[in-house]
Design a protein around this ligand. Structure first.
Ligand SMILES: [Zn+2]
Length: 174
């Protein structure tokens, strides 16, 4: 094995681990030879492993936050507030769907087309009717009312819902 003088750095080749302190032939420095420690390399490995683990944890946190951002609430929401049955001049009943579209974002949005979906008893879609609200722009925090008469027979409809089509941001209010 190789040992090195602590003081003058002279290297010596020795057969085996000396049991007593050794003396440098060149400078006279005396020191105790210790076996190369395995503990240090083990600690180094642990440190590297910890660094790797914290890197993994960091990545996971970033990914989760990123996903949460993508799942932020929709800028515009359509709410069906009333469904009334009205009879027209021919005595035929129709459903009048009333509700509102709310802009809950900080930006101005163009009012999108509204799709009004009717469902029957079995929860199947009876009809989907596209409806264009009269308003064109919706300011931040503003809402607009809508009212739409369905062309499908009242009897077949059990539930009505509305969703917005092609929501588009126009600009921000800042
Ligand atoms: Zn020496």
């Amino acid at each position: 094995m190789k040992i090195k003088c602590d003081f003058c750095k002279t290297e010596y080749n020795i057969e085996r681990m000396p049991t007593a302190p050794v003396k440098c032939a060149l400078c006279g420095h005396t020191w105790t030879v210790t076996a190369p420690s395995r503990k240090n390399s083990w600690l180094m490995f642990l440190a590297a492993l910890c660094a790797l683990l914290s890197a993994v944890v960091f990545t996971a946190v970033v990914v989760v936050t990123h996903n949460a951002k993508q799942e932020r609430k929709k800028p515009l929401v359509a709410t069906v507030e009333s469904v009334e049955s009205v009879r027209d001049e021919n005595g035929v009943s129709h459903l009048v769907v009333g509700g509102s579209i709310l802009n809950q974002s900080d930006d101005i949005y163009g009012v999108p087309d509204l799709m009004i979906v009717s469902y029957n008893d079995a929860g199947e879609v009876v009809s989907q009717q596209k409806f264009m609200p009269s308003a064109t722009l919706l300011d931040s925090g503003a809402s607009v009312q809508f009212s739409h008469t369905l062309s499908v027979p009242v009897s077949g409809v059990k539930r009505v819902s509305a969703y917005l089509v092609d929501v588009q941001e126009v600009g921000d209010t800042k």
